[in-house]
Every structure is written in structure tokens, then in C-alpha cells.
Design a protein around this ligand. Structure first.
Ligand code: ADP
Length: 957
């Protein structure tokens, strides 16, 4: 420090010689040196701004050729001093030292705020005497900062030869201005840096805060139009960039108005924003937040921005809402009286309950105002009362919790369910004292429970039903997924697959073992159902364990709630049996068609010869032999036709179970005699030999003689037909235990083995061309079988049709039960026809039929009249008074049976015998004619001998 503080010997003005600057000769300016110096100063400023003042001092020293140069800056803290911040030259050692403001030339420069030149300043500033080198002249210029003089830049001449001139003054002023500008720039940069640093700190603080808290921390622009990037913390979606649509993004629309209003108030009042509102959470669900923000104001009190924090209060809100809900429900329940509360003074037996409780128990308010508990117990259902009483006792005894569900009677006689909960409190001695509790109406809950149980049971029952159905059906029932896997298979299918216990579930068709074509077919069908959303049906043949089977399947879509196909369900059924049956039916139908064609043919065949016969009769009127031959031929043909039709009717009767046997004890010999008599002409005509062998002793049968004769007749006729002329035919009857065995054998064409099983079927013929020649409808054997079976017997056929075999031909064996002989049946006398002349009326709408019959009767010697309908019949009968009327049944105007009835009801008709003539020979037809008063029933065409027999029988009666 400078120590000399002697009093000054001169005033400042006395040492000032500033005016001499303009008087002294001015040296030439050295701009090059000056530019270099300024460039160097600029370089220093850029590289090491701290050295700027020192460089300035050195430059001034050099350019002004001074002894010392320096910069003094005023410091104002405790004292008012000038600090020599930079010094060059002789005074270099004083750098950093200070001089009191009022004892320094610098002070004078600041006071006058101008450039000063002093000579021997020590006279006015004795303080500087201590300086090593004397100050002869000193040139000082003020140094400005922000237009304020804050110090000086000075140059000193230590010797008497050196004098500063105007040029020095210009240089030093110029340097000082430059330095001032530089310092100013540096200070501004430093200030900016400072500000930047502060901003960065604030940002960091904000980030630290934002990270440290679980809340969402946000910064809003002054008008809340934009939110700065933030971390959503799982509460809301965060954003990396400033965002303007934060309201739409983070807050549900119903809250926008509330939030906006709160924001506006906060902005207007520049006070804290505070609001509880809903937010759209990061996962899209709705949540709740409590949000608070404070405004940041600038110096002028304007809002710069907002800092805020939002905390997730969703859970609290939900809890609050639940609580609210529970409370509301409780209140509601209490309000509608579904909950009653009580308190029972156990020791004094005083029961207190609220109004709801009284209502529930259907008692008066007085009953629950301190009365005994027993009054309440009466309201409990008798079946529950004892149990509740026990529960109460138990709770009282143990001072424990009471829980009981029971029923309460209601005024209208109905019951309601309640649940009661209470807790017995003990007194100091441990005895039960107070028993408070609540009782809640749970009728609705019980009803719902019961309903639920019912529905569940119903569902269970249905499930069991379906399971039973699915298990019982032989059909395969299944569900397949759209990716061709088994979802379900019923038992039948699981067994077929060999996958019991559901092990097929999840498997593909190939895994189950389907061949590729079959698996592919399934996949295709599943795709089809999926695409069309419609059921499909199909058929598939399959060779499996059970041989070749045909399966029919139906696939149906299982629709999901979205209307798309979810899976494919189906059933598959074995239709092999049905298919076979269909084939059989088709075959039967074909046979029937063939038969009808054949029948037409067979019926027409005899007509041709009959017509020829008539022709012959006309032409050969006078030739008795020709007439007789023609008659015989016609008779034969007619017989043939009648037989055909009879056979047909018989077969139809048998198949409809309408055939009735006229059973009697008959002798086998009679049957065979009848048969042989009938077929003998045929045998002879074909030049066959017929051998008949019967057991020696008479064989008695319980049978219809005519029908048995028909059986053997058919067998023998076939042998005649299917054996080439000159064949050998035999009929051998034998006893076999209690059976009779009759064998009809021939050496004819035989029967092919493959045809044998069908030989007794209706309409079956081995070779139509052969049968055609022989005449037949393929029903003879069917008739044989039917009749034999009706007699309790059996028939079978064997044959050898190998042309090379010696034993060619067929053999039919009939087995019949024998009746043990109780009596020996004698020969029945054959009725001899008596010819008597009578009055007869023939009624028939078929003129030819009537005329021919009348002719026949007249030839037999009777008196005959004719009528062609029922009414005419009555007229003729009334007038002619016949003994016997042969009455056709189906006629116009009045049918035969009605005509018969009328005639019989007349006095003149009572004694007349009416015989019905019909095409129908069934038993009920006969019955109908009997009912109408007919004494006989003949089937057309009428056989003469039959007619004669009937007439003679009438006579006898
Ligand atoms: P059909 O009227 O055709 O004779 P049947 O029912 O009496 O009808 O016989 C059925 C078929 O059985 C005949 O068409 C014939 O092919 C065969 N048949 C019946 N009996 C004999 C037999 N004795 N020898 C060879 N074939 C026979």
C-alpha cells in the first residue's frame, strides 16, 4: 500500500497541464502499429478475456512510450478505492494495489469525467510519493462501462524528457474505448451465460421433480394452449413434443367444459389452478386425477408459464363411489324396511326393535318397544322356530356371534325369508347382557337362488338327456372345428374310431386314422358349410370293419354370436339297411309290373280259342262231332282262365290273411284221388308216366280237402309243364313219425341252384320264355307254400339241373301233421244231381251273361225269365212268381242285394229262394248276400255242376 499521506502542496488545478496537449507539437500517428495493437487486443479478448486489461496496459505503455501504464477501477465496498487491475512498465510491481479515491489522480478524472494531463502530480497527491519511480507527467482518460466512468486508463512518464502530446491522448482514448466496448461485450456474454445457466438449472430441477414424484408433472404455456413434453406415468399418455390437443387427448369430452372454466379462472386471477376431474388413462380406460398448477410470473407480473402436478386418484374415487353405492343401497334397504335392527336386553328380557323390524316381523311397534323376545318368536315359521331358539340360546350362552336364516309369517299368510346377524355382549361378570343385531329380508335372494337352482337343474337334466340321446343313438354325432379337428364325438363314434374316453378331441382326421380321401372329403365339406352357412347333406360308401356300408351324413353350421360359423356339427347314419330295402322294393315293383304284363297276356290266351270255338259252332251247326270238340275246347280254355283268376284271388287272400280253410278230418287218399283225377288229362296229354304211392294204412288229416288237392295239383301240374314229353312223374306219400311226407318228383328241366331260394316267392319264374310256353303266372308255388303253412306244414324244393346228371329233375317235399285216427272216415256220398223242372228268374245287367245262363237252365228243363236290373227284377218277380231267382249283385238302377231285400219283403216274395251271383267270392261278400236274404252265393262264371248242386240242395230243404 502507498503509505505517504502528507498534506498536498498544490491543488489539482495547479498540477493540471491538459491544455498543453494541444500546444505541444503533435507527433505523426503510427496507424500500422495501432492496428496491430488493436488486433492483438481483439485476439486476447477472444482467447483469454481475463488478460484483456493487462494487454491494454502493455499496449498503452508501448504506443505512448510511457514509463508505466495501467488501469485503475473504482471499487466501492467498505472503502472507496481505485484498484490497479493491470499495470505495465516500472510500476508493474504494484499490480493489484489500491489507492484511496480522494488521494488518487484517478479520482480527479472521474470527478471531471474527461481526459487529464498532470505534471508532477505528487504536489497535489502526496500519497503517490511512495512509488519507486517519480511521476513526472501522467495522462489519464476515464474508462466507461455502460456509459458510466468506472475507472481510468493512464500512462506515466518518469523522466523529464518525456512529454505526452495530443497523439498520445488520441491513442489512449481510442484504446480505452475499445477496451470499454470489449468489456461491455464480455460482460453481456457472461450475463447471458449466467442466465442460460439459471434456465438450465430450473429445467434440471423440473426434471428432477418430475422424476422424483409419482404424479404427472406438467408445464403449460401461459394461456394453457400448449403442454410441454411430459411423462404420463401410466396415468395418461405422455408426449415427447409440445402438444396443443392435450385436452382432447387426455380428458374425456364430458369434462372439457369444467376443466376449461377452471383454467380460465386461474389465468384471470393468476392464482393456483386446482381441480379434480376425469382423465383418459394411458390404457384407454377412464380414471380420476387431482391436478394443481401455479403460474410463474415475470418482473411485470405477467404469466410466463404454469407448473403443475396431477395425481392419480382413481382408486380413491372408485372406493368413494363404491362406498356411496353401498350407502345408497343400505339407505334404500333401510327405507323400504328390508333391514331391521334390534337390541335385546338379555337379563331383563326387553326387546327393542326399529319400525322396519316390526314391519318384517308383522308385529305392532309396541311389541318391539321393550317387550319380551317371545312375542317376536311367534312370527317365525313353525318349522324354523325351534332352530332359531336354539341358535339364540347358544349365542347367549357363549356370548358369541348369532347367525340364522329363517322364515317369517306375513299378514297375508305368505312367508318371507330373512337372515339375522347379531352379537351377544357380556357384562363385567361375563354374563350375557346386550344382544344387538340386524335382520335382513332375503326373500328375493332366496327366490333368485331357487330359480338359479331350478335353471341349473333344468340345464343339468337337459344335458343328461342330450347325453343319453347322444349315447343311445347308433348314429355318429360330432362337432368339428374350422381347422379340421375333433371338438366332440359321441360314444358310438368314439368306439368306431377306437378312441374312447374323449381321446379323439383335438385330433385331425388323419390322426384319427381316416384314409386321405375321406379326411379330404371332411375338410371340403367343413369349408363348404363355413362358406355357405347352410347345412349340407351327402352320402358316402365306406369299407370298414362291418364290410361295405353306406353312410348318410348331414353337416350343420354352429353359429357364433357374431353371426359367423364357429364350428361344424353333424350326424352320420348307417343307411345300408334302408338302401337294401329300397333295392328290394324296386325289385318287387319291377316283378309286379312284369306280372301285370304277363297276366294280361295269360288272360287273353284262352280267349282266342274260345272265340274260334264259337266260330266253329256257328259254321258246323250240323256237325255234332265238331260241335262237341269245340265245346270241349272252349270248356277247357274257360276252365284255364277261371283257374288263373282263382289262383290270383287265393294268393291275394293268403297274403292279406283272408283265406279261410274249411277244415275237416279228411283222408289222404281222398285228397290224392281228387288231385290225380284233375291232372290225369294233362299227364296223359304230355305222354308222361305218373306213379302214385300211398302208405297202406289210411292217413287222417285235419285239412281243407279242396285246398290240399290244389297244393298237390299245382305241384303235379308244374312237373307236367317243366318236364319234356314222356317224362316220369311220381307222387310218394310216407309217414314220418307224426308227420306225413309227400314227395312230388319229376325228371324234367330242374331248377337252377341260384333260383331255388326264391322258388316259392310270388311272381318268380326261372325263365319267362319257357313258362310263357307252358302258361303260368309264377304264383302257383307261392300258393302251395301259403296253403301248406296254413295247414301247419312245410314245403321245400331240391333240384339237380345239371344236363349231364342222370338224376335231373326237381323234387318238392310237403310235410304235414297227421291227425291220430279217432274215427275212420267213410266215403262221403257224392250228391247225385236230380233234374226237376222249375220256374227261374235270371237277373243280370250283362245281357250275354243273362242270356247264356238262361239258355243253360232251359236246356236243363226249367222255365226261365230274364231281367236286366234290380227294379225290372222286382216287376218280373211280382208277375212271374219264380221259385228261384239268380240275382247278379252289381247292377244299375237298383243293385241285386237291395232288389233281393225288397222282393223278400213282399208277401209274394217271401217264399222265393234268391241266389246271389257275383265276381266276389270272399267270406264277407257271402255274408252280405246272406244278410240281404239270399240263400246261396255263386261266384261267376257259374259252373254248371255247381249250379245244379245248389239247386238240388234248395229242393231238399
Ligand atoms: P308258374 O305259373 O310259372 O309255373 P309257379 O309258382 O308254379 O309258377 O312256379 C314258379 C317257377 O318255378 C316256374 O316258372 C318254374 O320256373 C319253376 N318250377 C316250378 N316247378 C318246377 C319243376 N317241377 N321243374 C322245374 N321248374 C319248376
Amino acid at each position: 500500500m502507498f503509505t505517504n499521506a502528507d498534506r498536498p502542496v498544490a491543488t489539482v488545478d495547479e498540477v493540471l497541464i491538459t491544455h498543453q496537449l494541444s500546444d505541444r507539437p503533435r507527433r505523426e500517428p503510427d496507424y500500422a502499429a495501432e492496428c496491430r495493437a488493436l488486433a492483438e487486443l481483439a485476439a486476447v479478448m477472444a482467447e483469454s478475456p481475463d488478460s484483456l486489461f493487462q494487454k491494454l496496459a502493455e499496449t498503452a505503455l508501448e504506443l505512448c512510450r510511457a514509463g508505466s501504464a495501467g488501469i485503475s477501477l473504482r471499487e466501492q465496498n467498505d472503502s472507496d478505492v481505485f484498484r490497479w487491475v493491470a499495470v505495465a512498465g516500472a510500476y508493474k510491481c504494484y499490480r493489484g494495489n489500491t489507492l484511496p479515491r480522494y488521494f488518487s489522480p484517478c479520482g480527479a478524472v472521474l470527478d471531471r469525467n474527461t481526459c487529464l494531463l498532470m505534471a508532477d502530480p505528487i504536489r497535489s497527491f502526496p500519497y503517490i510519493e511512495a512509488l519507486t519511480s517519480p511521476v513526472r507527467e501522467v495522462l489519464l482518460v476515464p474508462f466507461y462501462q455502460d456509459s458510466q466512468p468506472v475507472g481510468t486508463v493512464w500512462v506515466v512518464a518518469h523522466d523529464t524528457q518525456t512529454h505526452f502530446d495530443a497523439e498520445d491522448s488520441r491513442i489512449i482514448t481510442s484504446l480505452t474505448k475499445f477496451a470499454g466496448a470489449a468489456v461491455h461485450a464480455l460482460t453481456r456474454a457472461a450475463a447471458a451465460e449466467q442466465a442460460n445457466l439459471a434456465e438450465r438449472r430450473r429445467e434440471e430441477h423440473f426434471r428432477a421433480l418430475a422424476t422424483a414424484t409419482t404424479d404427472v408433472v406438467y408445464r403449460m404455456s401461459a394461456d394453457w394452449s400448449e403442454v410441454q413434453p411430459l411423462d404420463g406415468r401410466g396415468l395418461i399418455a405422455g408426449n415427447d413434443q409440445p402438444l396443443r390437443d392435450w385436452l382432447d387427448r387426455n380428458i374425456p369430452a364430458n369434462e372439457h367444459a369444467t376443466v376449461r372454466a377452471a383454467v380460465q379462472v386461474a389465468i384471470a386471477t393468476k392464482t393456483m389452478f386446482e381441480l379434480e376431474h376425469q382423465v383418459i388413462r394411458a390404457d384407454g380406460t377412464l380414471g380420476w386425477t387431482f391436478s394443481r398448477a401455479i403460474p410463474l410470473l415475470d418482473d411485470k407480473g405477467q404469466i410466463v408459464e404454469w407448473f403443475g402436478a396431477a395425481s392419480d386418484i382413481t382408486r380413491r374415487k372408485i372406493a368413494e363411489e363404491n362406498l356411496h353405492d353401498i350407502r345408497a343401497r343400505m339407505e334404500n334397504a333401510l327405507a323400504v324396511g328390508a333391514i331391521g335392527t334390534w337390541s335385546w336386553d338379555v337379563q331383563l328380557d326387553r326387546f327393542y326393535g326399529d319400525a322396519s323390524l316390526a314391519r318384517l316381523f308383522c308385529v305392532l311397534p309396541a311389541d318391539v318397544a321393550g317387550g319380551p323376545l317371545a312375542r317376536l318368536m311367534k312370527s317365525i315359521h313353525p318349522e324354523d322356530r325351534e332352530r332359531v331358539a336354539r341358535d339364540v340360546q347358544h349365542a347367549v350362552h357363549h356370548c358369541s356371534v348369532f347367525e340364522s336364516d329363517y322364515r317369517l309369517t306375513q299378514a297375508d299368510g305368505s312367508w318371507r325369508w330373512v337372515t339375522a346377524r347379531g352379537n351377544v355382549e357380556a357384562d363385567d361378570t361375563g354374563r350375557a347382557a346386550r344382544f344387538p343385531g340386524v335382520v335382513i329380508d332375503i326373500t328375493e335372494r332366496k327366490r333368485v337362488e331357487a330359480e338359479l337352482l331350478r335353471v341349473t337343474e333344468e340345464a343339468e337334466r337337459r344335458k343328461r338327456l342330450y347325453e343319453a340321446i347322444l349315447a343311445s343313438t347308433p348314429d355318429f354325432v360330432y362337432v368339428f372345428s374350422l381347422d379340421y379337428r375333433v371338438l366332440y364325438a359321441n360314444e358310438a363314434l368314439a368306439i368306431m374310431w377306437g378312441c374312447p374316453d374323449n381321446s379323439s378331441v383335438g385330433k385331425t382326421f388323419t390322426e384319427i386314422g381316416y384314409p386321405t380321401w375321406h379326411a379330404d372329403m371332411h375338410c371340403r365339406e367343413i369349408d363348404r358349410v363355413r362358406a355357405t352357412k347352410k347345412p349340407i347333406q351327402g352320402e358316402v360308401p365306406f369299407h370298414g370293419t362291418y364290410g361295405r356300408r353306406i353312410y348318410e351324413y348331414i353337416f350343420v353350421p354352429v353359429m357364433g354370436a357374431d353371426g359367423e360359423v364357429e364350428a361344424v356339427a353333424g350326424t352320420t347314419r348307417d343307411v345300408t339297411g334302408r338302401k337294401d330295402m329300397e333295392d328290394e322294393l324296386r325289385e318287387a315293383d319291377r316283378k309286379k309290373d312284369e306280372f301285370i304284363a304277363l297276366l294280361a297276356h295269360e288272360l287273353r290266351n284262352p280267349l282266342a280259342p274260345i272265340r274260334n270255338g264259337l266260330q266253329v259252332m256257328r259254321l258246323a251247326e250240323n256237325d255234332p262231332a265238331a260241335l262237341a270238340a269245340a265245346r270241349n275246347m272252349m270248356d277247357r280254355q274257360l276252365g284255364h282262365m277261371v283257374r288263373l283268376i282263382d289262383d290270383l284271388l287265393d294268393v291275394s287272400r293268403i297274403s292279406r290273411n283272408k283265406m279261410q280253410l274249411r277244415r275237416d278230418n279228411i283222408l289222404l287218399s281222398d285228397v290224392i284221388a281228387n288231385t290225380v283225377e284233375a291232372v290225369k288229362p294233362l299227364v296223359d296229354a304230355a305222354n308222361h308216366s305218373l306213379r302214385v304211392e300211398l302208405p297202406p294204412q289210411p292217413i287222417l288229416l285235419d285239412a281243407d280237402l279242396t285246398r290240399l288237392a290244389q297244393v298237390f295239383g299245382n305241384l303235379l301240374t308244374n312237373s307236367v309243364k317243366y318236364t319234356p314229353a314222356g317224362g316220369a312223374i311220381s307222387l310218394v306219400a310216407q309217414r314220418d313219425g307224426s308227420d306225413l311226407v309227400v314227395t312230388v318228383r319229376d325228371n324234367g328241366i330242374g331248377i337252377p341252384p341260384d333260383f331255388l331260394p326264391h322258388i316259392f316267392d310270388m311272381f318268380s319264374q326261372v325263365d319267362r320264355s319257357v313258362e310263357r310256353a307252358s302258361g303260368g303266372l309264377g304264383i302257383g308255388l307261392a300258393l302251395v307254400k301259403g296253403l301248406v303253412e296254413m295247414h301247419g306244414g312245410t314245403v321245400c324244393a331240391t333240384s339237380d339241373c345239371n344236363p349231364d346228371s342222370s338224376s335231373r329233375g326237381s323234387e318238392f317235399t310237403v310235410r304235414l301233421p297227421i291227425v291220430q285216427p279217432a274215427r275212420t272216415a267213410g266215403e262221403k256220398p257224392v250228391a247225385s244231381v236230380e233234374r226237376v223242372k222249375r220256374k227261374l228268374l235270371v237277373v243280370d245287367d250283362n245281357q250275354d251273361g243273362a242270356t247264356s245262363l238262361a239258355m243253360m237252365l232251359r236246356i236243363l228243363g226249367n222255365e226261365v225269365r230274364i231281367a236286366h236290373d234290380g227294379l225290372a227284377a222286382i216287376e218280373v218277380a211280382a208277375e212271374f212268381r219264380p221259385e228261384i231267382i239268380l240275382m247278379d249283385v252289381g247292377m244299375p238302377r237298383l243293385n241285386g242285394l237291395d232288389a233281393a231285400r225288397r222282393i223278400k219283403s213282399e208277401p209274394w216274395g217271401e217264399s222265393m229262394s234268391i241266389i246271389a251271383l257275383t265276381g266276389w267270392g270272399q267270406e264277407d261278400d257271402r255274408q252280405r248276400s246272406a244278410d240281404a236274404g239270399c240263400v246261396g252265393h255263386l261266384v261267376k262264371p257259374v259252373d254248371m255242376s255247381q249250379l245244379e248242386q245248389t239247386l238240388s240242395a234248395l229242393r231238399k230243404n
